[in-house]
Design a protein around this ligand. Structure first.
Ligand code: IPM
Ligand code: MG
Length: 359
């Protein structure tokens, strides 16, 4: 039986509560004999800053590098917003993505049958929606140099960032997206702003060149402003979407809300060897932290993605996904997905319900 070496970086706010439940789910599968677990915990984000003076302490980074996969909760702590940017909690996740080369971010946005009502859109627009957003994660304006705030000769301050992609970066995320599309309905929509930005003209050119290697995939292109609109108008037209770091950040939050709750959405951030960091796409939700109110399902579903992508344990991944479907069908709901007739439960009880559904 294989031993899974996993770093657990719970982080801030609701991070510790939700990762605890994902760990309980992994432990249940381990008890069932599906794999052995070696879990190591370390502080990250605001918690890292408080414990070691840095959002991504050296020991945490070393652990992340040594592990096969990382289960990540969330980072963010308003009380540390006064710190200089490199010490703020968000730098932990950006630093991990960059240091580990986690360039491929998979963000599925799926509407569970029980939650169609929870969307702000009409149920008939969203029911059955199943989109995979493939977001490039280590380039673009997030990391481009130079950047800064400078003083002009006339005394004005000027802020600037650099949007930049080279073709190697575009091609490797393109391949991930084409291959993901090959396993789904074979439709890929590449999102750019090629009518205005040179960087994304190159993006479009490279995606078009790549399409020659994937004759069975239907590639389309869409400008990001139109994509934002089409996601609200007719989200089911999309299957796999591929886009850069910043557009992907924005579109994935938009797509998540179509599903009813951002508390349901998992993500995987992968390097070229399928080593990965797995995290819910929501943030640290300080307003409900420590109150047993947060929805742990996004983190539990992230653990399923981990078993699938980093460990090749497809059956175990599906067991978790089916258990989540079952607890929704049984009518359990945390506050964010509360609905008429559902039974309101807290973080722990929701996690326990998934554990129970695993049998
Ligand atoms: C996300 C988050 C991060 C991002 C923040 C926390 C730096 O919004 O994972 O989408 O912008 O990538
Ligand atoms: Mg975001």
């Amino acid at each position: 039986m294989s031993t899974l070496n996993i770093a657990v970086l719970a982080g801030d706010g609701i991070g510790p509560e939700i990762t605890e439940q994902a760990v309980a789910v992994l432990e249940r599968l381990s008890e069932q004999g599906q794999f052995a677990l070696n879990l190591e915990h370390a502080a990250v984000g605001g918690a890292g800053y408080r414990a070691k003076g840095h959002p991504l302490p050296e020991g945490t980074l070393a652990l992340a590098k040594a592990s096969q996969a990382i289960l990540f909760g969330s980072v963010g702590d308003f009380s540390l917003d006064h710190l200089s940017r490199e010490l703020r909690p968000e730098q932990a996740i950006l630093g991990l993505r960059k240091a580990l080369g986690l360039f491929a971010n998979l963000r599925p946005a799926v509407v569970f049958p029980e939650l169609g009502h929870a969307s702000t859109l009409k149920p008939e627009i969203v029911s059955g929606m199943d989109i995979l957003i493939v977001r490039e994660l280590t380039g673009d304006i997030y990391f481009g140099q130079p950047r800064g705030i400078r003083r002009l000769e006339n005394g004005d301050r000027e802020g600037f960032d650099t949007m930049v992609y080279n073709e190697t970066e575009i091609r490797r995320i393109g391949r991930v997206a084409f291959e993901a599309a090959a396993k789904r309905s074979r439709r890929l929509c590449s999102v750019d702003k090629a009518n205005v930005l040179e960087t994304t003209q190159l993006w479009r050119d490279v995606m078009t060149e790549l399409a020659a290697d994937y004759p069975n995939i239907e590639l389309s292109h869409m400008y990001v402003d139109n994509a934002a609109m089409q996601l609200l108008k007719n989200p089911k037209q999309f299957d796999v979407m591929v886009t850069g770091n910043m557009f992907g950040d924005i579109l994935s939050d938009e797509a998540s809300m179509l599903t009813g709750s951002i508390g349901m959405l998992a993500s995987a951030s992968l390097d070229s060897n399928n080593k990965g960091l797995y995290e819910p796409i929501h943030g640290s939700a300080p307003d409900i932290a420590g109150q047993d109110k947060a929805n742990p399902l996004a983190t539990i579903l992230s653990a399923a993605m981990m078993l699938r992508y980093s460990f090749g344990l497809e059956a175990s991944a599906q067991a978790i996904e089916q258990a989540v479907s079952k607890v929704l069908a049984q009518g359990y709901a945390t506050a964010d997905i509360q609905r008429p007739g559902a039974q309101l439960v807290g973080t722990k009880a929701m996690g326990q319900a998934v554990v129970a559904a695993l049998g």
